[in-house]
Design a protein around this ligand. Structure first.
Ligand code: EPU
Length: 420
């Protein structure tokens, strides 16, 4: 077990430049898409994070092979030896559910552990299941496992009751190999979903976007190999933008897609930070001495992402006045609040709202993170808290951030990983 020790400073100064890794939430479905073909799928700009290791372990358990060279992974699934995603792996990472669609579409059978509760909310998968049933899969739930079967999936018209990112991804992958045409309505349009569709089309799928959130997929018999560069991680980008907004000085954030972070940039600018594009793939950020209070409501893309809610809350503890954050995506995503309060923040949760009163001067303490983005928020808070902040249980952080401490140290922060 490891922990992070941060020596914070109210007058945090950051400068230099940082490079953003590939998007965790884009690479996970892209790796699962490797199950759809017997040919090689080669993905570059992959982040070296724990969740990627977990899904690659799952691919190997199913019988696929992979090789990693730098930031490129080559996956090949000629045949499978098992069609089961174990509870152990699904519990470690809910996104393991992404193998359900590809397995049933290509091999006609999948057994995937039902993900249980989660630190950020109830997170059901009913929409994945209902969609696959509409494509003709027979699905039963036995002994905590989803058992899905189908001779060959058949195209259908499916309207998601609610926008779901991995649900849309599972159905895009399944429909790609179904017989006939599928129309998916009310799809999630997160950049990671769009990136998956680009990869699938390179593999020979026929996916077209029609209007805002409808996809038309003409099923094909077989998909082939492809090479694809994963998009930059917009949540890591947003996390570093908030670090910049908290600090004096300015720094450059490279390998980003500014458009994907537009909602966060808008709120950062409204709070007083200076965020400028520097060419097509870089952003420059500088903090303001006087952070302005903001109200934030999370919503599906292109709205303000739930995955940035915790980090932005840290910035709002430094704003004069009251800010109200409304979380509309997950029902329990405020686990960072109590820890931020331990650092001296004034935040009260009322149902789906967190009321943040500022400006509060934070002081370092020992804290525990219970999910990925909550951990990132605690790192940011530690940077501006006086004295030492120790962040325990950083395995959550390692699931989605590639050596965040090295990147922050490169900007001048005092942060170290030590054995717990
Ligand atoms: N929902 C249902 N039924 C379903 C599926 C979803 O009711 O069958 C609900 C959820 O309970 C939630 C909402 O729909 O209220 C949206 O959930 P969604 O399915 O979009 O979330 P997800 O696909 O499980 C992905 C990301 C999350 C991110 C959310 C929302 C991946 C691997 N994970 O999760 O990322 O928060 O979309 O944008 O793409 C993270 O990276 O920290 C993270 C949690």
């Amino acid at each position: 077990m490891e922990k992070l020790v941060i020596r914070g400073d109210h007058n945090l100064h950051l400068s230099g430049e940082v490079r953003i890794s590939g998007a965790k939430n884009a690479v996970l479905p892209a790796i699962a898409a490797g199950l759809l073909t017997s040919e090689e799928v080669r993905l570059s700009n992959i982040p070296r994070v724990k969740d990627v290791e977990t899904i690659l372990t799952l691919i190997a358990e199913l019988g696929g092979t992979y090789t990693i060279d730098g930031d490129t992974v080559a996956i090949r699934v000629s045949k499978i030896r098992s069609d089961e995603a174990s509870y152990e792996l699904v519990r470690a990472m809910r996104a393991s559910i992404l193998v359900l669609g590809p397995l049933v579409a290509r091999f006609g059978k999948a057994v995937v552990a039902l993900p249980g509760g989660c630190a950020i909310g109830s997170r059901p998968i009913d929409l994945h299941i209902a969609g696959l049933q509409k494509l003709g899969a027979t699905i039963s739930l036995e002994h905590g496992y989803i058992q899905a079967q189908a001779d060959r999936l058949r195209g259908a018209v499916i309207e998601f009751e609610k926008k779901t990112v991995t649900g849309t991804e599972n159905l895009l992958m399944a429909a790609a190999l179904a017989k006939g045409e599928t129309i998916l309505k009310n799809c999630a349009r997160e950049p990671e979903v769009a990136d998956l569709a680009v990869l699938l089309n390179k593999m020979g799928a026929k996916i077209e976007w029609m209007g805002e959130d409808t996809a038309r997929i003409r099923g094909v018999r077989e998909l082939g190999g492809a090479a694809h560069v994963i998009i930059p991680d917009r949540i890591e980008t947003g996390t570093f933008l908030v670090a910049g907004a908290l600090a004096s000085g300015d720094f450059l954030i490279r390998n980003v897609c500014p458009e994907h972070t537009a909602a966060v940039i808008e709120k950062l600018r409204a709070s007083g930070a200076i965020v400028e594009t520097d060419g097509e793939n870089a952003l420059r950020v500088a903090g303001s001495r006087e952070v302005k209070a903001q109200d934030i409501t999370t919503s599906p893309y292109p709205g303000f992402p739930t995955d940035m809610q915790a980090q932005f809350m840290v910035l709002l503890t430094q704003a004069a006045g009251t800010s109200i954050i409304t979380e509309t995506i997950f029902d329990r995503r405020f686990s960072h609040v109590n820890e931020l309060v331990r650092l001296g923040a004034s935040i009260e949760v009322q149902g789906d709202k967190a009321i943040v009163k500022g400006k509060t001067l934070l002081s370092g303490a020992e804290v525990i993170a219970t999910d990925l983005r909550a951990s990132a928020a605690l790192v940011l808070a530690g940077l501006v808290a006086t004295g030492e902040t120790t962040i325990n249980e950083i395995e959550h952080l390692d699931r989605g951030y590639e050596r965040i401490e090295d990147k922050l140290r490169g900007l001048g922060a005092s942060i170290e990983r030590v054995k717990a």
